[in-house]
Design a protein around this ligand. Structure first.
Ligand code: MTE
Ligand code: CO
Length: 423
C-alpha cells in the first residue's frame, strides 16, 4: 500500500517529464498551458519541507490570514456613532448561500449586549390563559426545528434611492445574511401559554436598552416564526442576539428581535417607534405606507462587482450573485450584460428554498469589452424584480427602506467595476 499522506517523488518526476515533453495543450482559456516550467509545480516548496501546525494550535479557528479582507465593514459617515449603527456582510467575497456568523452584518440600536444563558428569561404575557416565564434551559426542552432563512434589513440598498452611491455590493446589498437556525416554533410557546380568542397580535421586545419592540400579527406568529438559539450549528453570536433571537422568515430584519425577552399578546398593534416613524415607506405624494413587512424579491451580482473586479483577460468568466424573496422561493434569475437590453437565464445552484438565499451563476465567454451587468429575480408568486425607475414611479425619492430595484455594475475593458444607474 502507498502512504497517501506522504508527497510522492515519483509523481513530481512524472509532472516534470510531462512538462518537458507535453508542450502546450489547448485548455479553452481558463488554465495556462504548461509550456514554461512553473516553479510552483517543479520545485519542492517550503510548506512541503517541514511540518504544519498541530491539531491543538487553534481550538476555535478563524479564517486564514490571506482572507483577512473578507470582513464586515461599516460606512463611517452613515451613522453618528458605532452603537446605533450598521455594518455590512462581505457578499462580494462569499460563495454558496450560508453566511458565516463571523462576517454576517450587524444592526444594533443600542449596541450588542452581553447576556448569559443563566440570566436569560423570556416572558409571555398579555391575552393568554397563563402568563409564562421560560429560562434558556426550558426552551431547550421543547421540540425544535432547523430552517435556513435570509434576514434582510429594510434599509438594505436604502442609500441608492437618489442614484448610485456606494461602490461595492457589500455596501449596496450587504445588510443581509442567511443562516440555518435551530429553534422552537413561536407557535409552540404561545400554545403553551394559551392565546385568548381576543388576542390578534404579539408585541415582541428585546432585552437591550432600545428593546426594538415590534408588533407581529398573530397569524404570522403562529405560522413560521422561530425562537432560535443556534445559527449554523453553533450558539448565536453576541451580536446576533445571544442567547435567543426571533426569526421572522421573509419579513424585514427589524422584526427579528435579538436578545428576545418578552412577548405580549394584544388585540392591536402597539405602533411603536420602530413600526411608525422608522421602517415606514414614504411615497411619492408624501403620505406613508403603513406596514411593509414582507421583503420583495431582489437579487444582486456579487462578482464581478466593484470590490471583486475581473482579474483575467477575455475568455471564460463566472458571473455569480444572490437572489431572494420574502414571499416564497426564487424560481428564476436572468442576467444581462448589456444593461437590460437582452437577458440570459442564469443557473440556480440549487432549487430555490423558501425565504432563503439562492445562488446563481452565468458562465460566459467574455470578449473583453465593457459590460453593464444586471440581474433580475423572479419568485414563486410570479413577481418580477422591478427596475429602480419602476420603483420610483410608485415610491418617489423620499424613501429609505425596501429598495429592491435592479442593480447595475459597469464593468470596463480592464475588468474594473463601478456602481452606476441606467435609465
Ligand atoms: N433586536 C434588538 N433587540 N435590538 C436591535 O437593535 N435590530 C434589528 C433586529 N433586531 C435590533 C434587533 C434590525 S434593524 C435588524 S436589520 C436585525 O436585528 C439585524 O440582525 P443582525 O444584527 O443579526 O444582523
Ligand atoms: Co434593520
Amino acid at each position: 500500500m502507498t502512504d497517501k499522506s506522504q508527497p510522492s517523488t515519483t509523481r513530481r518526476g512524472f509532472l516534470k517529464a510531462g512538462i518537458a515533453t507535453g508542450g502546450a495543450i489547448a485548455t479553452g482559456g481558463a488554465a495556462h498551458a504548461a509550456q514554461e516550467p512553473d516553479p510552483l509545480i517543479t520545485e519542492v516548496q517550503p510548506w512541503a519541507q517541514g511540518l504544519g501546525d498541530g491539531v491543538d494550535a487553534v481550538p476555535y479557528g478563524l479564517p486564514i490570514e490571506y482572507e483577512d479582507d473578507v470582513i464586515r465593514r461599516n460606512v463611517e459617515w452613515l451613522t453618528a456613532d458605532t452603537i446605533s449603527s450598521i455594518n455590512f456582510t462581505p457578499i462580494h467575497a462569499l460563495d454558496g448561500t450560508i453566511t458565516p456568523q463571523g462576517c454576517a452584518f450587524e444592526r444594533h440600536h443600542s449596541g450588542a449586549i452581553e447576556l448569559r444563558k443563566e440570566d436569560y428569561r423570556l416572558m409571555i404575557n398579555g391575552l393568554v390563559d397563563q402568563p409564562l416565564i421560560f429560562t434558556y434551559a426550558d426552551l431547550e426542552r421543547f421540540p425544535r426545528e432547523n430552517r435556513v432563512y435570509f434576514c434582510e434589513c429594510a434599509a438594505n440598498s436604502g442609500m441608492e434611492w437618489a442614484g448610485a452611491q456606494l461602490n461595492g455590493a457589500q455596501f449596496t446589498h450587504g445588510m443581509i445574511h442567511n443562516m440555518e437556525y435551530s429553534g422552537v416554533p413561536l407557535r409552540t410557546l404561545l400554545e403553551e401559554a394559551g392565546v385568548k380568542p381576543e388576542g390578534k397580535w404579539v408585541y415582541v421586545e428585546g432585552a437591550d436598552a432600545s428593546s426594538n419592540g415590534r408588533s407581529i400579527p398573530l397569524e404570522k406568529a403562529m405560522d413560521d416564526v422561530l425562537v432560535a438559539f443556534k445559527a449554523n450549528g453553533e450558539a448565536l453570536r453576541k451580536e446576533h442576539g445571544y442567547p435567543v433571537r426571533l426569526v421572522v422568515p421573509g419579513w424585514e430584519g427589524n422584526m427579528w428581535v435579538k436578545w428576545l425577552r418578552r412577548i405580549e399578546v394584544t388585540t392591536q398593534a402597539i405602533e411603536s417607534r420602530e413600526e411608525t416613524s422608522k421602517y415606514t415607506d414614504t411615497l411619492e405624494d408624501g403620505t406613508s405606507r403603513k406596514w411593509t413587512w414582507e421583503m420583495d424579491a431582489k437579487s444582486v451580482i456579487t462578482s464581478p462587482s466593484p470590490q471583486s473586479p475581473i482579474k483575467h483577460g477575455p475568455g471564460p468568466l463566472v458571473i455569480t450573485g444572490l437572489a431572494w424573496s420574502g414571499r416564497g422561493s426564487i424560481t428564476r434569475v436572468d442576467v444581462s450584460t448589456d444593461g437590460g437590453k437582452t437577458w440570459a437565464t442564469a443557473r440556480l445552484a440549487q432549487e430555490g428554498q423558501d425565504k432563503a438565499l439562492s445562488r446563481f451563476y452565468l458562465d460566459i465567454t467574455w470578449d473583453g469589452s465593457e459590460m453593464f451587468l444586471q440581474s433580475r429575480a423572479m419568485d414563486s408568486t410570479g413577481y418580477v424584480q422591478p427596475t429602480k425607475d419602476q420603483l420610483r414611479e410608485v415610491r418617489g425619492l423620499n424613501s429609505i427602506y425596501h429598495n429592491n430595484g435592479i442593480q447595475t455594475w459597469w464593468v470596463n475593458a480592464k475588468g474594473e467595476a463601478e456602481n452606476v444607474e441606467i435609465s
